[in-house]
Ligand binder design. Structure first.
Ligand code: CUA
Length: 490
């Protein structure tokens, strides 16, 4: 009895919930009322079955409940009942599927006056392309994909030269004009989904899928990927802004054409280094895993990263300098920071792009680098000796044992060590000067500082490298006089 009442209450509550729920008034932002109608038909049909089955259960529970002395009767076949059940079920299923065929047919039968928008997906970001003045999209092929040509357009196709590229996650559309959306994926399955527009379609690598719609209401709609495509899937989101034709035209004109992106890529200007870095971040979707606000997600955040010493997965540590950043982009798994999964894919960037990305990360880097005015990609011979030494210390692995922030490691910290008087293991003491540092690098076990294990291997750097290392250690001295530029040699 109680169970039957509960079942009936569930039915009544479900129906009331559907009628009274405030959420069903979502305004459709396009002409796709038919999709909502299809969903509604499905809901009504499955709702009728839900009510019928639940009421039947309640009746059966009441009518055939256990009574003293009664026995269940065996009834193996009931042909009439089976026929009826098959007919009713078939009609119900056909009623749910048939409208979908009609609606889907509409969904892909593009009106003649529709303009085209191409959406290109990759792990884990979006890019868009509009035809230029000629109204036609140029040819594309994966074989053309290159750092300067992320969408893989045919550089020789004249039709593609004026195509307008939108290399970020936000696209705009003009109001009340039918648009044919062409979908392409560069790597794995994705799915372009704009919930309020009621449009959604898989993007399959190797083919171009499409649908069309007409936005009928201005506004900002969220677009998202609706197909699990890897660890960054959740972050594959963007916006679609529907606006009046005039505003849209203005925006479209401010976006670069394919020809323009090719020329900018061909001659990079030093001033635009950071801007280029930011574009690359957009283009490659670095932001899906690396934040710029200091938070760590799937990869280390970039804020304050440059110049920091990171613990690696193998227990050693590394100074995050240009060389390390470049290596980590080209071969991410080579030296992985501890605590992060080895999921980053290798990127093949050219030197210019590497420089731009490193410059951007540098610009977000530690305050320690502030005394160096060059925020650009200065590297190599132009650096002062101390900077070279810093890089060397990172690449030789010195910083695994010697901190530069005063904290005690396997070996003495370099912070403030220069000029200090240390007590040695044999009880004598020594002033840390150039000579002692040199000795300690070339023959570490000769004069060990008290309290440290004799574990450092001997290094045989060149004179130039030795001087650079000393200059770097000197630059970490506490006395201001010594903190300035180190003089080369003695
Ligand atoms: Cu792309 Cu999920």
């Amino acid at each position: 009895m109680a169970i039957a009442i509960v079942l009936i209450l569930i039915v009544i509550a479900s129906v009331l919930f559907h009628i009274l729920a405030p959420w069903q008034a979502t305004p459709a932002a396009s002409n796709w009322g038919s999709i909502d109608t299809t969903l509604f038909i499905t809901l009504i049909i499955s709702g009728i079955f839900f009510i019928a089955i639940t009421v039947f259960m309640a009746v059966a529970v009441m009518r055939y409940r256990h009574k003293e002395g009664s026995r269940a009767a065996y009834q193996p076949e009931n042909k009439k009942l089976e026929v009826w059940l098959i007919i009713v079920t078939s009609v119900g299923i056909a009623g749910m599927l048939a409208p979908g065929l009609v609606v889907y047919n509409d969904f892909i039968r593009v009106p003649k006056n529709a303009y085209e928008l191409e959406v290109v997906a990759q792990q884990w970001q979006w890019a868009f392309r509009f035809p230029g003045q000629d109204g036609k999209l140029g040819r594309s092929d994966i074989k053309f994909i290159a750092p300067a040509n992320p969408l893989g357009l045919d550089p020789k196709d004249p039709v593609g030269q004026d195509d307008v590229l939108v290399l970020n996650n936000e696209v705009r559309l003009p109001l009340n004009r039918p648009v044919k959306v062409l979908l392409r994926s560069k790597d794995v399955l994705h799915d372009f989904y704009v919930p309020q527009i009621r449009s959604k379609m898989d993007m399959v690598p190797g083919m171009v899928s499409y649908f069309w719609f007409t936005p009928t209401k201005t506004g900002k709609y969220e677009t998202l990927c609706a197909e699990y495509c890897g660890v960054g899937h959740y972050n594959m989101r963007g916006h679609m802004i529907v606006e009046e034709q005039g505003a849209f035209d203005q925006w479209l004109n401010s976006q670069p054409t394919f020809a323009q992106t090719l020329t900018t890529a061909a001659k990079p200007s030093r001033d635009s280094m950071l801007e280029k870095g930011r574009l690359l971040v957009e283009k490659y979707g670095c932001g899906a895993c690396h934040s710029q606000d200091g938070n760590n997600s799937l990869g280390p955040g970039w804020k304050g990263l440059y110049g920091r010493t990171e613990q690696l997965a193998d227990g050693t540590s590394v100074l995050v300098d240009e060389a390390y950043l470049k290596e980590s982009i080209l071969d991410p798994k080579a030296r992985l920071v501890q605590g992060y999964p080895p999921i980053m894919v290798a990127y093949t960037l050219n030197d210019d792009e590497l420089g731009a990305l490193v410059a951007l990360i540098k610009s977000l880097g530690a305050a320690r680098q502030d005394n160096e005015p060059s925020a650009s990609d200065a590297s190599g011979p132009g650096d002062d000796l101390a900077t070279q030494g810093q890089r060397l210390a990172g690449s030789l692995g010195c910083l695994a044992c010697h901190s530069v922030d005063g904290s005690k490691g396997v070996g003495p910290s370099w912070q403030g060590v220069y000029g200090k008087t240390e007590t040695l293991a044999d009880g004598t003491s020594i002033k840390v000067d150039e000579g002692y540092i040199k000795d300690s690098i070339l023959n570490p076990s000769a004069k060990i500082v008290k309290g440290y294990a004799p574990v450092m291997p001997a290094f045989a750097p060149s004179d130039q490298e030795l001087n650079a290392l000393i200059a770097f250690i000197k630059s970490k001295a506490n006395t201001d006089a010594d903190a300035s530029k180190a003089e080369p040699g003695k």
